[in-house]
Design a protein around this ligand. Structure first.
Ligand SMILES: NC(=O)c1ccc[n+]([C@@H]2O[C@H](COP(=O)([O-])OP(=O)(O)OC[C@H]3O[C@@H](n4cnc5c(N)ncnc54)[C@H](O)[C@@H]3O)[C@@H](O)[C@H]2O)c1
Length: 344
């Protein structure tokens, strides 16, 4: 089997926890090089994952390593220049969420990938959770009737609990925002994926309620209107401890929920239930089997398969841009106190 040769930029937490274990589990891919401006970080992961080449200059790595594809695992403001450079050198690109921090930057990424006929995939990991895919299947099957609305919540205790070496998360110029772009983008993108709908406009309220040491929003509540007149709400926070993630879709015949919250004995606690209206007015609960918890390899396997033409990408650049554009409109709305149109 021909293996996709991959080079990874950024030897931080997401490379260590998702990309590198993911490529290790993916039979049709291999990581041949890794780059970080902090050489010792790249060397550490190279040793852990048996990666033959280490670089500190990503342009040199892209040009010289012989990679077919690049994983971009760096702070958000670097996604655009790195993805564009990789695409212009005919490399497929897997870029971490959020895709980038402005609409022109995201358009430049899409244009570079199109011009060079390479894949641009955005690593929106929630789309690959089997429980979320099952929820989408239930909605798409019509079992809940016609789609009416959706509610989503995601929250955790903040990036300082994820990495102690990443001050960029708290600098708006480098990150593009606080919890909205760090975690909120996950639930909003998941809502768009499950419902298969585009957002027309958004009204959001944002505040810094707990993390006073940072000049960024740590709490967001928002209302969205989809282009077809259906609606939803989402909420995100860096002040939710333990971790919580819930999404419920409502149809005119029933509702379905998936939730993940906290862990017990190292196992993640999850729930999954579907209620359908019965003719006597009460609810009939269908106990659905909780699908297996996500495997690190899923988005990475998908990327490798898409690069090799074996699958159609379910998280491409246009889709990543549409999700991030909602967050950019939400920032506007939090200031204007009005509904704001989504810019793409
Ligand atoms: N999908 C998810 O659930 C998820 C979770 C966490 C983070 N992320 C995303 O992953 C990306 C990275 O986050 P992280 O938590 O790994 O951050 P991190 O700070 O742990 O890692 C970033 C790495 O990039 C390196 N770097 C910075 N500038 C560089 C340059 N010019 N060239 C090469 N390397 C450079 C840093 O030295 C650092 O090692 C972010 O976009 C973040 O939003 C996604």
């Amino acid at each position: 089997m021909e293996k996709l040769k991959v080079a990874v930029i950024g030897a931080g937490k997401i490379a260590e926890r998702l990309h590198l274990p993911g490529y290790k589990e993916t039979a049709n891919a291999e990581v041949i090089a890794i780059c970080d401006i902090k050489k010792e970080k790249a060397e550490r992961l190279a040793k852990m994952f048996n990666i033959p080449a280490v670089y500190t200059d990503y342009e040199k790595m892209i040009k010289e390593s012989g990679a077919d594809a690049i994983s971009v695992c760096t702070p958000n403001y670097l996604h655009e220049p790195m993805a564009v450079f990789a695409a212009n050198n005919k490399k497929h690109v897997l870029v971490e969420k959020p895709m980038s921090i402005t609409i022109p930057a995201m358009k430049a990424m899409i244009a570079a990938a199109k011009k060079n006929r390479v894949l641009l995939m955005v690593e929106q990991s929630q789309r690959f959770d089997p429980a979320h895919q099952a929820l989408k299947e239930i909605l798409d099957s019509g079992a809940l009737g016609n789609f009416v609305s959706v509610r989503g919540k995601i929250g955790h205790a903040g990036p300082e609990n994820w990495s102690d070496d990443s001050p960029w998360f708290f600098d708006k110029k480098l990150s593009g925002g606080g919890v909205s772009v760090d975690v909120g983008i996950h639930i909003l993108d998941l809502i768009r994926y499950i419902t298969g709908r585009d957002v027309k406009d958004v009204a959001a309220t944002m505040a810094n309620l707990v993390k006073k040491q940072y000049n960024l929003e740590d709490s967001v509540e928002a209302v969205i209107n989809f282009t077809d007149g259906t609606m939803g709400v989402f909420s995100t926070s860096w002040c939710t401890n333990p971790y919580e993630q819930t999404v419920t879709v409502y149809g005119d015949k029933g509702r379905a929920t998936v939730w993940h919250g906290g862990t017990e004995g190292g196992k993640r606690l999850s729930g999954y239930y579907v209620d359908l209206k019965n003719p006597y007015g009460g609810n009939t609960e269908i106990k659905a089997k909780i699908p297996e918890l996500p495997k690190t390899g899923k988005p990475i396997q998908h990327f490798a398969d898409c690069c090799q033409g074996k699958q159609e990408c379910i998280s491409d650049g246009t889709s990543g841009m549409k999700s991030m554009a909602v967050m950019l409109a939400a920032f506007k709305s939090a200031k204007s106190k009005k509904f704001e149109k989504v810019g793409v």
